[in-house]
Design a protein around this ligand. Structure first.
Ligand SMILES: [Zn+2]
Length: 468
């Protein structure tokens, strides 16, 4: 690590600063949902972006607001790299601290403390919409960048800070996807974003911290059962499509996947079980399902996530049948919310759905949306190695566990645009995985303020480790 040119801010002062920034960000109501649901335009992230611009500019960081819609600005800040070679003679990779400024809506009636008041309670919890997703991380990354600038840190390659609008909805395309298209100069080699850092004490005594290395994609399908209309007073006449759909739904069940070989998922299982494994090379003793079952027993969070990573999930959600109670319909349908592993094609999804439904009943498949591919970065990267060094230097005994997310993040757009290594990580210690999961997109979202401090320290050390 390099010595800073001027004295560093004391840890206590830095930790007060990150709390102040996180609270200020939570107080901007950046709820992002269609105007019809919110009663006002979605997002309105610009005041939050302006606040961060002013905060970072005061620390001497070059900042700009880049907006497709003036009410929905993205903040781009950068400490320019010197281009200097490291001890190994190689140039450093450029690094981006990434986050989004919008949040999902909150209904104050369901909350212990008002969702946009940023209350800190006596036990040290900061309550509010965005406390976990992800104004906590945005604040920590901004404060780390400000501190690096104030202390005269000269990174060997560009250090970016990108805080975007419109991640939670994306309908208006004013956030990360648009920004990367509009600004081809923003192409960091490495990015740290949301989607990991949960600390999981395992049943076997080990402690792991998740790193989001990728995300599943989506390809919803509508299953339309075909029958023949008839009057409901004589159920045997005609061929009611609803019981046909009922049988198709029975075959879909809860929509848990049929196993598809995936080196990424095998890697996750191997790390958890502590044995080398590739499904392609012959597999674990007892097979894939047994391996998932054993790994799932290590932590309740894993029991929920791992089985869904076996392949294409197809949870049945939207139902449609007759428009009139006394008419048995000729058509009845269900939409399956399919979540797909990186590398899964449209033909793969269709095959998986048809295999589940069989071919002895009359039905059609319709595809209401385009396939949105999942993507992943390799877990074997300089970034992963640097993160592990930083955590162990801080005295943390947890090991990093590569994990595939079941939801969407802007890392998908970063990888598409040419950032090969985009991970989700910010360390949590005082905030358990259970608290994170309970508050995520839900009422009573909260983070322990010690974790804001922990995250600042981690990002400071990571920048110095990679770019110093
Ligand atoms: Zn988020």
């Amino acid at each position: 690590m390099t010595s800073p040119a001027v004295p560093q801010t004391s840890p206590e002062a830095l930790h007060r600063e990150v709390l102040e920034v996180a609270r200020a960000l939570i107080r901007f109501d950046t709820s992002n949902a269609p105007e019809s649901a919110l009663g006002r335009p979605p997002g309105e992230e610009t005041p939050a972006a302006e606040y961060l611009r002013d905060y970072l500019a005061a620390a001497g960081v070059d900042c700009e607001l880049v907006a497709r819609d003036p009410r929905r600005a993205n903040l781009v800040a950068r400490i320019p790299g010197t281009g200097a070679a490291g001890a190994d003679g190689q140039p450093a990779p450029s690094l981006a601290f990434v986050g989004h400024l919008d949040v999902v809506p909150a209904d104050a009636r369901d909350w212990t403390h008002p969702p946009f008041a940023a209350v800190v309670d006596e036990a040290g919890w900061l309550w509010g919409r965005g406390a976990i997703d992800m104004k906590n991380e945005v604040a920590a990354r901004a404060v780390a960048l400000a501190e690096l600038a104030r202390t005269g840190f000269r990174p060997r390659a560009d250090l970016w800070f990108i805080a975007v609008a419109d991640e939670e909805d994306g309908m208006y395309d004013v956030g990360m996807r648009w920004l990367l298209e509009a600004r081809p100069d923003i192409r960091p080699d490495l990015a740290i974003n949301e989607g990991g850092g949960e600390r999981l004490p395992l049943a076997d005594g080990r402690v792991v911290q998740t790193v989001g290395i990728g995300e599943k994609g989506t390809y919803p399908v509508r299953v339309v059962a075909h029958g023949e209309a008839g009057h409901a007073s004589t159920p045997d006449v005609g061929n009611n499509a609803v019981p046909i759909l009922g049988e198709l739904l029975r075959r879909v069940g809860r929509g848990m996947p049929t196993h598809v070989p995936s080196p990424l998922v095998d890697r996750i299982l191997a790390e958890l079980l502590g044995e080398p494994f590739s499904d392609l090379d012959g597999g674990f003793d007892g097979g894939f399902d047994e391996a998932v079952a054993r790994a799932a027993r290590l932590h309740p969070v894993l029991a929920h996530t791992l089985p869904a990573l076996a392949g294409t999930t197809m949870a049945p959600t939207l139902l449609a049948g007759s428009g009139k109670r006394n008419v048995m319909p000729a058509r009845a349908s269900v939409e399956l919310d399919c979540r797909i592993l990186p590398g899964t094609s449209a033909a793969d999804v269709e095959r998986a759905v048809r295999a589940r439904l069989g071919d002895d009943l009359p039905y059609d498949l319709e595809w209401p949306e385009h396939l949105v591919a999942g993507s992943a970065s390799t877990p074997d990267s300089d970034l992963m190695a640097a993160m592990a060094r930083v955590l162990s230097a801080s005295g943390d005994d947890a090991t990093l566990l590569p994990m595939l997310g079941t939801g969407f993040t802007d890392s998908v757009y970063l990888r598409e645009a040419g950032t090969p290594t985009a991970y989700g990580f910010s360390p949590f210690r005082a905030t358990s995985a259970e608290v994170i999961t309970a508050g995520f997109h839900n009422a009573d979202e909260r983070v322990h303020i010690d974790d804001l401090a922990l995250a600042v320290d981690f990002h400071l050390a990571l920048a110095r480790e990679l770019l110093g």
